[in-house]
Design a protein around this ligand. Structure first.
Ligand SMILES: *Cc1c(COP(=O)(O)O)cnc(C)c1O
Length: 221
């Protein structure tokens, strides 16, 4: 199956679901990204700043670039001129730095709060209590150049369907709670980014609005 065939498969799977595809392009060269673009992909996900910054100028300007990997505050300045959504927001400090750098470019950068939903110590993200703390803080209220549009999570790497379902439900629950408490009047707060090559079907069943798929489109990395 070609990249185009794989993308068309996902486009068909997602038609009418309200869920969109983030094509995860990490480690792949620009010519593969162009192949994906030509087959209709417009949301691209990268996990490393350096790689995203190197590829972005080589590709059409109507691509939405999503950063899906951990972001250090000292690297925000490199993506601030063009990044569409930073899916990996895990601190107030990071939000404040995005505010500062996006303001310099007179832009509003969208962001998702990343939650820790996996039962693995290594996977990063916020707890629900930490998210409440951020959203109640005065510094958060003062942000003008970063807009939170939802939540993101990476589930445990396991074939256990019940566990995956529990983790996706937990993330959806976090989304619903935050939506009701802080974003009820903001229709833009609507994204639940969950589901990857191995578990996207379950994620869609559990209400995902953004699946992040790499291997099932480009093959093994
Ligand atoms: C690499 C990556 C993906 C895509 O994983 P695949 O198994 O290739 O589909 C999704 N989300 C994050 C955060 C990633 O780093």
């Amino acid at each position: 199956m070609s990249i185009a065939d794989n993308l068309h498969f996902f486009q068909t799977q997602l038609a009418g679901t309200g869920c969109r595809l983030v094509t995860v392009t990490k480690t792949h060269p620009v010519d593969k990204l162009r192949e994906a673009y030509d087959a209709g992909a417009r949301l691209f996900g990268e996990n490393k700043v350096q790689e995203m910054v190197a590829k972005q100028p080589e590709l059409p300007t109507d691509i939405e670039w999503h950063l899906i990997g951990h972001l250090q505050t000292n690297k925000v300045k490199y993506v601030a001129p063009f990044v569409h959504t930073i899916q990996s927001i895990d601190s107030l400090k990071l939000l404040q730095e995005i505010e500062k750098q996006a303001a310099k470019h007179d832009r509003v950068v969208r962001g998702l709060l990343q939650f820790h939903i996996a039962d693995e110590e290594t996977k990063s993200g916020l707890s629900l209590a930490e998210a409440h703390e951020i959203l109640r803080s005065e510094s958060y209220q003062n942000l003008r150049h970063v807009q939170l549009t939802g939540v993101m999570g990476v589930a445990t790497n396991t074939p256990d369907q019940d566990q995956l379902r529990r983790e996706f439900r937990e993330l959806r629950g976090f989304f619903e709670e935050l939506k009701a408490q802080y974003f009820a009047a903001q229709p833009e707060f609507r994204e639940i980014s969950m589901g990857m090559s191995a578990d996207y079907k379950l994620a869609i069943e559990e209400g995902s609005t953004l699946i992040r798929v790499g291997r099932a489109i480009f093959g093994a990395r």
